[in-house]
Design a binder for this molecule. Sequence first.
Ligand SMILES: *[C@@H]1O[C@H](CO)[C@@H](O)[C@H](O)[C@H]1NC(C)=O
Length: 167
Amino acid sequence: MHSFTYRANALLTFSVTILAVICGLASLTDNFNVPSPTAEIQVLNFNRFQRQPNGNDEVSLTLSISADLQSLFTWNTKQVFVFVAAEYETPQNSLNQVSLWDGIILSKEHATFSVQVPNKYRFVDQGSNLRGKEFNLTLHWHIMPKTGRMFADKIVMTGYRLPESYR
Ligand SMILES: *[C@@H]1O[C@H](CO)[C@@H](O)[C@H](O)[C@H]1NC(C)=O
């Protein structure tokens, strides 16, 4: 009896140790994956650009988003969360970040995509700072692993500018 309990315990300890080692290796190998994702975003149109009654500028635009995020996927990747944010400076804030679109990619097969979409979330400034404003469009991603820690990174695309006047 004693011997059985001892062995069962030893076996359990051994199994848990092996499992921990495998999880450790899985998340460790992720550190050696050097991804080379690419993205291209164009503003196809500014559909609307107005100052709301409360004084805040609001823009509605249509984006063309093309990306190849296949290299983000390893055998330890569960899913990848992506979002596109407009980023710009104002006198009040050194960084304003407005999320315009997002998505969840569940597999490598779906990690290459090209979409033309109006902004999914409202692009509203905290004020009326947007006329002629230069902004960046940044593709952010969060890699959610099956085991181990989460990775996040981004591609910054520069050189966009809002119209000089409301329309
Ligand atoms: C856009 O990105 C570049 C490069 O990261 C950065 O130097 C610049 O300050 C950004 N511009 C704005 C308006 O946020």
